[in-house]
Design a protein. Structure first.
Lengths: 169, 360
């Protein structure tokens, strides 16, 4: 369960907003009560409900979204739904909720573990290594290879320490 | 432009046999890449696509890891020449129909072909004869690393390389091999192979594109899933599975020769008979019989025809290659006549050579 973003509110966030702000987009997760305080009408679901039901993601119940157009390229939800082709890189962020189940059902994974462009810097490289190690750890545990699992756990520990040291520096 | 004509009019550099297995015809690794803060090709305007081509083609021409290459826009290539490129698998069929901003950067040795403004900004392809996925990946990887230093890619920490279609996010990589599997096909054993590969996340399709039945018993096997596996894991997995299929095919051929030798002799003999004597030969018919001939050479049943001649014919009998060679557009019936003429000339008629039954 994801908690409502509002200060002091402990309700489950069922309204997920994507707002266009000056330097890109901002995501907010609110409960129904706090959302209606902000003037969001959750009883009138946005036009994505039909799309979501098509891609099998309608489990969110009261899920709604304000943004249906990518601020960078102008791609909109109806056209995305029709062609299943995105307009630009930012579309992946703007339409992330729509794409989540699609990507999961295509790849059975949510994390890239392949090549990282050198421009992404050390942290990206570490994140990728961490993902690979964690996957290997999962496999080792499943196959009851506990010695291997212990080695992998130590490697993950060391890597995490490196990552934190980099951030502090 | 003359350089691309040189490539188009000479025999393909990579369909020739590599290694000791004739079962693996060729290997390919492609990477899908897009640039940061640029609309994907399918959504960009003509002006934006044209600007991206001029920017990117000059970057690609300077790459040291690609070697000597030629770069040309699709609008500057004759329609028949575009189809020749597609028949050689250097560009996709879709790319032959793209307009402003779409182009290709092609290494003169045909081992690297980069499509610009296809479904994604870049489709980097490494090609090798025979089984050579690792070498193809290593070269493409080096080219990719050089490009990213010159221009920033659209990349996300979680989703990896961002692509026009969500089916390619992550590595953006699709490694594939083209296999010749007449033994399994003649034993009606392709279906279980296709099903087993599907369960492993691999796709099998026949020569001639998606949905078509396998012409000439040629099958392309590719790794489809791009998220959650590293590039080297994907390539290694496919190489391992290809080795297994090659073993299955060799085994099928042995069983065929032991249990149904007359079926094999008949298959090969008919192929030779028709190719040597036909005066009207359709594209699929030619490929199917060339496949029979190829099997005959592999099994030592035919000794006086080189396998290179057959592989050369596999390409040269395709519609665009025939028209390129004729130097003019040909209608279907004219192509069938020209195709038969070319095959008779290269395979030899019984009057000029030995009779078919003396060969087998």
């Amino acid at each position: 369960m994801k908690q409502c973003d509002s200060d002091g509110c402990e309700n489950e966030a069922t309204v997920h907003l994507t707002k266009v702000v000056e330097d890109g987009i901002k995501k907010e997760h609110l409960c129904k009560v706090c959302a209606s305080k902000q003037g969001v009408d959750t009883d009138q679901p946005a036009d994505m409900s039909e799309f979501l039901s098509q891609v099998g993601a309608a489990s969110g119940g009261g899920t709604s979204s304000l943004v249906s157009t990518c601020p960078s390229c102008g791609m909109d939800r109806p056209r995305l739904k029709k062609s299943m082709r995105l307009g630009c890189g930012l579309c992946y962020e703007v339409f992330s909720e729509d794409l989540e189940t699609v990507i999961q059902s295509m790849h059975h994974s949510e994390q890239h573990v392949g090549k990282v462009p050198s421009s992404e810097g050390k942290q990206a490289q570490y994140t990728r290594e961490l993902a690979i190690l964690q996957e290997a750890l999962g496999t080792a545990v499943l196959q009851e290879q506990f010695e291997e699992a212990a080695t992998l756990r130590d490697k993950i520990k060391t890597l995490k320490a490196h990552m934190e040291a980099e951030v502090d520096a | 432009m003359s350089e691309i004509q040189d490539i188009l009019t000479r025999p393909s550099a990579w369909i020739s046999r590599g290694g000791d297995s004739s079962i693996v015809i060729s290997s390919r690794v492609r990477l899908a890449r897009n640039f940061y803060a640029h609309k994907f090709p399918g959504w960009a305007s003509e002006e934006e696509s044209a600007a991206l081509w001029s920017d990117v083609s000059s970057i690609l021409a300077e790459l040291s890891s690609i070697g000597d290459c030629v770069s040309v826009q699709m609008t500057d290539i004759e329609p028949v020449d575009r189809l020749v490129l597609s028949e050689r698998n250097l560009i996709s069929r879709e790319h032959t129909e793209r307009g402003v901003g779409a182009g290709i950067v092609l290494a003169l040795d045909e081992r690297v072909a980069i499509m610009v403004n296809e479904e994604d900004h870049l489709r980097l392809q490494g090609l090798r004869p025979g089984l050579g996925l690792i070498e193809a990946w290593e070269q493409i990887d080096a080219i990719d690393s050089e490009i990213e230093k010159a221009k920033k890619y659209a990349y996300d920490m979680r989703l990896g390389y961002l692509t026009s279609c969500p089916s390619n996010v992550g590595t953006g990589m699709r490694p594939s091999v083209m296999l010749h599997l007449p033994g399994l096909a003649l034993l009606n054993e392709m279906k279980p192979v296709v099903n087993a590969l599907g369960k492993l996340g691999l796709a099998v399709r026949g020569l001639g594109g998606e949905g078509s039945e396998a012409m000439g018993h040629m099958y392309q096997v590719s790794h489809q899933i791009t998220l959650g596996n590293s590039e080297t894991d994907m390539v290694r997995k496919l190489e391992k599975i290809v080795a297994k299929i090659v073993g299955d095919e060799e085994n099928a051929r042995k069983r065929l020769m032991q249990k149904k030798p007359e079926v094999v002799h008949d298959h090969v003999g008919r192929a030779l008979g028709i190719l040597s004597n036909a005066h009207i030969l359709a594209s699929k018919e030619a490929l199917d019989h060339l496949s029979g001939l190829r099997l005959g050479v592999d099994l030592g049943l035919i000794r006086d025809i080189h396998s290179e001649t057959i592989d050369d014919l596999v390409l040269r009998t395709r519609p665009a290659h025939l028209q390129k060679e004729a130097g003019r557009l040909l209608k279907t019936r004219e192509r069938d006549i020209e195709r038969a003429k070319l095959v008779r000339r290269l395979i030899g008629t019984p009057a000029e050579n030995n009779s078919p039954d003396q060969r087998i």
